[in-house]
Design a protein around this ligand. Structure first.
Ligand SMILES: NC(=O)c1ccc[n+]([C@@H]2O[C@H](COP(=O)([O-])OP(=O)(O)OC[C@H]3O[C@@H](n4cnc5c(N)ncnc54)[C@H](OP(=O)(O)O)[C@@H]3O)[C@@H](O)[C@H]2O)c1
Length: 394
């Protein structure tokens, strides 16, 4: 026999029987309790499961808590085009969602996209209160979801664990607010900050643990970008070669005058990911034909005053292709130019225990690059190396 539980009103649950019941008998007390953020923390953990698959959509997690304070539904957004986190959580909760609360890391959508609006699913499920960690900054949906729920008499609270939720979706937030992907500059350097000049016999300066992390970075970014100087010096294939499942990022080469050899690894290595070469009108049509014949795509954009590829135009084009994050793997000139034009959001250094001295090239090079202030967000040892990650705060 199925026992139907009494449904408590929002006030009853906050201050009356339901709340007292939940405090004593449930594993997870309700919002307003000492453990209020626990449900949101759980939703954030769930969201992280979409790290390698959700893009170009944001990572989102959701938890449904019934009127007794018990978690009855959980979900996260797995991939673009698939159901949103709220839908998975509500499906799992079924009838037990009625009169309950929803904890979700990003404002529920209120528009018909590839999937129906989540707000309608929440209303239909009979949810009484919705806790949102962060509003959706996308101008097409901003505020729409929370407003629609409030209009239906649903209690909406915004801001619990907001900074964690924003940090989780920094690429999506950057893309939504600045109209360009989030840009991370990455360099593997010696202790004295040099990016080349070590003994040629050791192809990689970095430890095995660092290489593992680098490949993790590659699979969590939508695109990986290098300058033509790096293609000529190192001929990188720019693919993901880590142990876990993952996709190759889109490969991007910045080459103003069409110097990329059609035989380079980025074009010859088999991959599902396209290779885009951003160039200017200076590059020859014959070179473009050869690149095309080898599976690449030449994208001609405006040039800067120096006659080189205009970096904001690259980022604009990538954003139009729904690329939310770009990992810039050098070299020094390209790093310098991104910094100079204030187009970089994050810096990651992998320091190896070696001193190169004058033989090596500094990680940032070129015409005067203004200094930038940074906020350290991660420092760790990786085998024999040290990793430092910092947000560029300007
Ligand atoms: N340790 C590491 O993490 C690491 C990573 C990568 C590279 N590296 C090393 O770095 C060295 C290569 O660095 P690099 O500085 O010579 O080359 P780079 O930064 O890879 O490429 C610079 C080239 O990009 C082109 N470019 C196109 N648009 C540009 C723009 N708007 N601004 C600036 N440049 C633009 C320019 O050539 P055009 O004018 O012809 O377009 C420029 O010469 C190599 O020795 C490589 O081994 C080390």
């Amino acid at each position: 026999m199925r026992i139907r539980r009494r449904q408590y009103s929002l006030d009853e649950r906050r201050y009356g029987r339901g709340r007292i019941f939940s405090l004593f008998f449930s594993r997870y007390p309700r919002k307003g309790d000492f453990f209020m953020s626990e449900h949101m923390r759980r939703a954030l953990q769930l969201a992280k499961r979409g790290r390698y698959t959700a893009s170009p959509n944001p990572m989102v997690g959701a938890v449904v808590v019934d009127c007794f304070g018990e978690i009855v539904g959980q979900g996260y957004h797995r991939r673009a085009g698939g159901p949103h986190a709220e839908v998975y959580a509500l499906r799992q909760a079924g009838e037990r969602a009625r009169g309950g609360s929803l904890y979700v890391t990003l404002e529920p959508c209120n528009h018909q996209g590839r999937t129906p609006p989540c707000t309608e699913a929440i209303i239909a499920a009979g949810i009484q209160s919705v806790h949102i960690a962060s509003l959706d900054p996308n101008p097409h949906v901003a505020g729409g979801g929370a407003e629609r729920l409030r209009q239906q008499g649903i209690g909406v609270e915004v801001g619990d664990l907001q900074s964690e939720a924003i940090a989780l979706n920094r690429p999506f937030m950057t893309w939504s607010t600045l109209g360009r992907p989030m840009v991370t500059l990455k360099a593997a350097t010696s202790l004295d900050g040099k990016i080349n000049g070590w003994v040629p016999a050791t192809r990689y300066l970095s430890s095995a643990e660092t290489l593992k992390r680098v490949h993790d970075l590659r699979r969590s970014h939508d695109a990986i970008l290098v300058g033509i100087g790096t293609v000529i010096a190192d001929d990188p294939s720019l693919t993901y070669r880590g142990k876990g499942k993952g996709r190759d990022p889109v490969r991007v080469i910045v080459d103003s005058h069409g110097r990329t050899p059609p035989s380079c690894r980025a074009l010859q290595t088999t991959s599902q990911a396209p290779t885009l070469i951003y160039s200017t009108e200076d590059a020859s049509v014959e070179w473009e034909r050869q690149i095309f014949a080898n599976g690449g795509e030449v994208v001609r954009v405006a040039h800067s005053d120096s006659g080189q590829v205009h970096l904001p135009s690259i980022l604009h084009d990538l954003a139009e292709r729904r690329i939310l994050s770009v990992l810039v793997e050098g070299g020094a000139t390209i790093h310098g130019e991104f910094l100079k034009q204030s187009l970089a959001d994050q810096w990651i250094s992998f320091f190896s225990p070696i001193l190169i001295g004058d033989r090596g090239l500094a990680a940032v090079f070129g015409s005067p690059v203004p200094s930038a202030t940074c906020e350290l967000v991660e420092v760790r040892t990786l085998g024999t190396d040290l990793m430092v990650r910092a947000l560029i705060t300007r």
